[in-house]
Design a protein around this ligand. Structure first.
Ligand code: ADP
Ligand code: MG
Length: 563
């Protein structure tokens, strides 16, 4: 082996390691789940790459992970024959947090161990969890396709730095954990099996542990020492629904979503017809820290007949459903389907459309039957779902039905009012859906534009999310009723005004003409037009924007963004 080199961890890694060791201690057994999960991903990646390059298997295509203990040395050893890593990959994946959103991650840390543990899981820093139980970790790996001499040994005690050296190694990854003082419990094989069954039963890759040789009375070996598979090792989504427990569904969610909490809901179905595929899609119970990060990972995984194809399959789920997690396993796509092929592929489009419908149906079901869960969903992901109004023309009506708004009717800032609720409360002579966009609920309530609506007892939706400008520019009608901003143009209250009101308005407009002319003249460089309004009942004047101009709110937002 070549000379040993010592490299420093990126500052964030050091910080993370400290945090990990302290805040995750109460859940320390998760380290095993994390390492097994990595081995499983590594097997998936090898299977996929080997489709084009069967040589990658090097006569060793029975993919598995093996776990063994050495009581004397106080070590645990995990060996997988997956894709392995090259030297550069080791440095990138194990020495740095090359992922975007690192800062966002650190900003989200609360100091509350449970919450932080959850974040750590989402951030995907699983490998480092080995240091919760180990004070030294030795990882030896070789990437598929590289010569046997190009293995890499990485070693660290999880403090400031790590060493690297080149060595001979079989394909795959070999990890030795030198247990910390007091972790002897993990040398007990029975205990390890228990942890594997608890967290990793659903892993498709066989997880093997050694079996002792069996001898008869004469000391003759009747069964040699070998390996036994500890987990179920079958793809959960391929099993019949009736045979899967909620606990299994939840454990699988935690694996695919990298989220330690339970999902809010899931939908599992085999779809037959022109396209045959299985979908197992989950709604998380809370937003990941990188919900607004363009490079966020962990969406829906695509498999073709159990072979993992790709992870961040954004072709399978539109942006506005980017919070959905899970697996789609196609029976028809070619195994060599590439990223390029996925682009504009008719079969993929059909699968995607089917999955979107499933997710919307799941949300409709929550909205109808599980109000609490829907409220949780809305709080975490409502703003993202709203993007769909502009993004998914075909499903606009269905998405619109799922939207929830704050409103003058409820007396609080909760987003609980659906458009259907609003329609149900409309005045008999009312023919429009009125809304107001503002920076905040308080600002909205203080708006003079609401005065006339208060007077007439007409409900106004109060839109205060950034995305609402986008929503209202795309959702101009619902159930045959126009959505109208109360702050725009010459407000026409239509049938909400009776004849005598209209007559008295006409009279006051005439009486005010001299004043309006004078004001128009004085303000001619500042405003486009001065007119008499009947929308105010308390304030003497207000600014409105032209029917087709940018709203005040949007102008302020653009200004704030430096445009
Ligand atoms: P995540 O699994 O979320 O990416 P981890 O910290 O668990 O985060 O792992 C970091 C990266 O290290 C993985 O994405 C993978 O590239 C690499 N890695 C870890 N373990 C293995 C392994 N057993 N075989 C191959 N690559 C691995
Ligand atoms: Mg991992």
């Amino acid at each position: 082996s070549t000379q040993k080199e010592t490299l420093g961890f990126q500052a964030e890694v050091k910080q993370l390691l400290q945090l990990m060791i302290h805040s995750l201690y109460s859940d320390k057994e998760i380290f095993l789940r994390e390492l097994i999960s990595n081995a499983s991903d590594a097997a998936d990646k090898l299977r996929f790459e080997a489709l084009d390059k069967p040589d990658f298997y090097e006569q060793d295509s029975e993919l598995r992970i093996r776990l063994s203990v050495d009581r004397e040395a106080r070590t645990l050893t995990l060996i997988d024959n997956g894709i392995g890593m090259s030297r550069d990959e080791v440095i990138d994946n194990i020495g740095t947090i090359a992922k975007s959103g690192t800062r966002a991650f650190f900003e989200k840390l609360t100091g509350d161990a449970r919450k932080d543990a959850n974040l750590i899981g989402q951030f995907g820093v699983g490998f480092y969890s080995a240091f919760i139980v180990a004070d030294k970790v030795t990882l030896t790996t070789r990437r598929a396709g590289l010569p046997a001499s190009e293995g890499v040994r990485w070693e660290s005690s999880g403090e400031g730095d790590y060493t690297l050296e080149t060595t001979d190694a079989p394909r795959g990854t070999h990890i030795v954990l030198h247990l910390r003082e007091g972790e002897d419990e993990l040398l007990d094989e029975w205990r390890l099996k228990q942890i594997i069954r608890k967290y990793s039963d659903h892993i498709t890759l066989p997880i093997e542990m050694p079996t002792a040789a069996v001898t008869d009375e004469d000391g003759k070996e009747t069964q040699p020492a070998g390996w036994e598979t500890v987990n179920k090792a079958s793809a959960l989504w391929a099993r019949a629904k009736s045979e899967i427990t909620d606990e299994e569904y939840k454990a699988f969610y935690q694996h695919v979503a990298h989220d330690y909490s339970d999902p809010l809901a899931w939908t599992h179905a085999r779809v037959e017809g022109r396209q045959e595929y299985t979908q197992l899609l989950y709604l998380p119970a809370r937003a990941p820290f990188d919900l607004y990060d363009r490079d966020a990972r962990h969406g829906v995984k695509l498999y073709v007949r159990r072979v993992f194809i790709m992870d961040d399959a954004d072709k399978l789920m539109p942006q506005y459903l980017r919070f959905v997690r899970g697996v789609i396993d196609s029976a028809d796509l070619p195994l060599n389907v590439s990223r390029e092929l996925l682009q504009g592929n008719k079969d993929i489009d059909a699968i995607r459309a089917g999955c979107v419908k499933k997710v919307l149906a799941m949300l409709e079901d929550l909205a109808e039957n599980q109000a609490d869960k829907f409220a949780t969903f809305w709080k975490e992901f409502g703003q993202v779902l709203k993007e769909g109004v502009g993004e998914d023309f075909a499903n606009r009506e269905r998405i619109a039905k799922l939207l929830r708004f704050a409103s003058t009717h409820t007396g609080n800032d909760g987003q609980t009012v659906s458009l259907a609720d609003y329609l149900g409360r409309m005045k008999p002579e009312q023919d429009k859906i009125y809304y107001l966009t503002a920076d905040s609920y308080t600002a909205a309530l203080a708006s003079p534009h609401l005065e006339v609506f208060r007077k007439k007892g007409v409900e106004v939706l109060l839109l205060t999310d950034r995305v609402d400008e986008w929503v209202t520019s795309h959702l101009t009608e619902f159930d045959g009723k126009n959505l109208v901003s109360v702050a725009r143009g010459a407000l026409d209250l239509g049938a909400l005004e009776d004849e005598s009101e209209k007559a008295s308005q006409k009279a006051s407009e005439e009486a005010m003409k001299p004043l309006v002319d004078a004001l128009s003249d004085t303000l001619k460089d500042t405003v486009k037009e001065v007119r008499v309004t009947h929308r105010l009942t308390e304030s003497p004047a207000c600014l409105v924007v032209d029917e087709f101009a940018m709203s005040n709110h949007l102008q302020r937002m653009l200004k704030a963004a430096g445009q």
